[in-house]
Design a binder for this molecule. Sequence first.
Ligand SMILES: C[S@@+](CC[C@H](N)C(=O)[O-])C[C@H]1O[C@@H](n2cnc3c(N)ncnc32)[C@H](O)[C@@H]1O
Length: 245
Amino acid sequence: MKDQYQAISGQYSHARKDDVTVFLETPSVESALGDIVGASAIDYACGTGHYSRLLKKLGANSVLGVDVSPAMVAAAQQAESENPLGIVYKVSDAATAAVFGSFDIATAVFLFNYAKDEQTLALMFDSVSANVIPGGRLVAVVPNPDFINGRNDLVAYDYVLEEIGQGPENLRVRMSFIGDDFSIEFTQWSRRACESALEQAGFVDAEWTPFAVSKEGIERYGRKFWDAILANPKSVVLSARRKPG
Ligand SMILES: C[S@@+](CC[C@H](N)C(=O)[O-])C[C@H]1O[C@@H](n2cnc3c(N)ncnc32)[C@H](O)[C@@H]1O
């Protein structure tokens, strides 16, 4: 599999400090996680470790970050060696059903958009399910299935999204980061495809939660600045619970 993150792991860490990540996405994930003090957590598609570190800072007892890209895992390990939090990182493909243990909580921020087809999407949800205890939770961030392409309304937040392909249950999208001069490509799955894969993997209570801006984001830029992205968000929190035993 081609690793589109091989060449950009350094730039990606920098891109993770942008306003949408800091004031919208991260607080929205934090709120969906709720109280995780003492929990064991697995962070799928951990990348450079942004959410693995959040899990630990929110009080998770143990955190395992897994990602298919050796370059991203090396960047996460580098951050861990510079500021040790006790997070373990491993290279692993989430579509191979590897079992690492029984975790109370799994996060998967921008994993499922790397499933190239519905079979891979199902395998990814199966992998997560196999690593979560009955009653345990999955908190994911996925491209918003209702995103309206072509409005160019994300430019104010330094993104441009272009539709580059289409399947029966998905859109292929290229996202360019203005100012950082790189782009990534991903798949925006339909609500139906995500919910059906979740259900087949043994998850219940699927919830789609729109992002909310943090108090700090409103203080920094004012409420109006956020109107466009809140009206047409590019991503959304998808959470679910593994069917209790
Ligand atoms: C947009 S980045 C998100 C990283 C991190 N979750 C964050 O929010 O900063 C997507 C990550 O998914 C990883 N990824 C893609 N396909 C994967 C797979 N099959 N298994 C595990 N990780 C995968 C990529 O290597 C990349 O690090």
